[in-house]
Design a protein around this ligand. Sequence first.
Ligand code: HSE
Length: 429
Amino acid sequence: MKKVGVAILGLGVVGGGTYKILTEHRDKYIKTHGVDITVESVLELRKDRALALGVEESRIASNISEICSNPEVDIVIEVMGGVEPAKSYVLAALNAGKSVVTSNKELYCKYGYELEQAAKHNHVGLFFEATCVGGVPVIRALLDNLQGNKITSIIGIINGTTNYILTKMTDDGKSYAEVLKEAQSLGYAEADPTSDVEGYDAAYKLSILSSICFNKKIPFADIYREGITNISEDDIAYGKKLGYVIKLLAIGKDAEKGVEVRVHPSFVRATHPLASVSDSYNAVYITGDCVEDVMLYGRGAGALPTGSAIVGDVIYCATHTQHRYSTFPNTEKAASSTKFITNFESAYYLRLLAADRAGELSKVTSVLGRYGISVAKVVQDIDEKNRNGEVNLILVTHSTKESNVKKAVAAIGKDISDTRVVSVIRVLV
Ligand code: HSE
């Protein structure tokens, strides 16, 4: 019987879930894989957490060196989050000849290359399925099952907190601030929600996923990022009338002209498969030249779903002797030869508050026409809030360049005295 010892760095939500899976399913892995995986050590400053999970006191390490020098530990699971001290601990483990399984998206996104070099040098493995989309097995699907394809695009709902907030705003007609507060009190959103609501979390994941999809390093810094804090319940309601659902999308595209990577709120047709991904669920919609469209759906976070991804990596690592590393130069330097498209094309939803009088709409369409923007839909809605001669005028454009929209919005503000653009939301085409 092959014996494999693991150490877990951090026994928070995900670390605790991982510990539970490994201990409760230990006999299953012996039967199915012929490998006895035991938790030999944990590193957790809050001893009470470890003891509450049933960890024997003798297995609680007081520092990383104890774990690195423990000959019973073969694999180190890092679930601490953040860059430091996680980075130093992971490097110490790799340099001590331990394979590492990590769920740390920020660390892998920013320092994946450095960690991989250390893994390579020490002939050990570095696994990171849990960095992206929790329990949804997207990384191995891309690395193994879909590797025969040229992947042309990946569109994901890869942040559960924002998907939960946007779903609640849509279903209950409540404001962003109100729903955020509720989500925080229920523990669905962090006390400091910045990383989720401003799109950083999704951008780290998009950097990792699109690098694998397109076989080239996609640095975090090259990802356009916009969060959900300015989305209003009014726009969600108008979007609904037009047959759209609002989502925070992470979009990666690889075309001849260059790579496009962006995270921002977007209206999605209600008939698109991503539109039905609600609450805190996640999904990635991948297009490959052979397979066409594939959508993977599931829980993107949580103790057991993320633990599932981690344990999958642990078993993979425990049952493979040959480790695999990136097949492309995964460095920021290599990325300098990649052309990134920043003036991307999209359809746009524009909401204007306009004077309700003859000729006003034609002034707006004339400005749009000046910048080559063609209108696909127009809706005028006098709602309860705007009966003082102003109307909400909603226009959806055909696909156009982002720069055209920016120029047109500025020109409307300057050239049309009683009309202003209050919202601009991209629409997935
Ligand atoms: N904070 C993330 C989310 C989960 O809301 O999806 C961890 O990646």
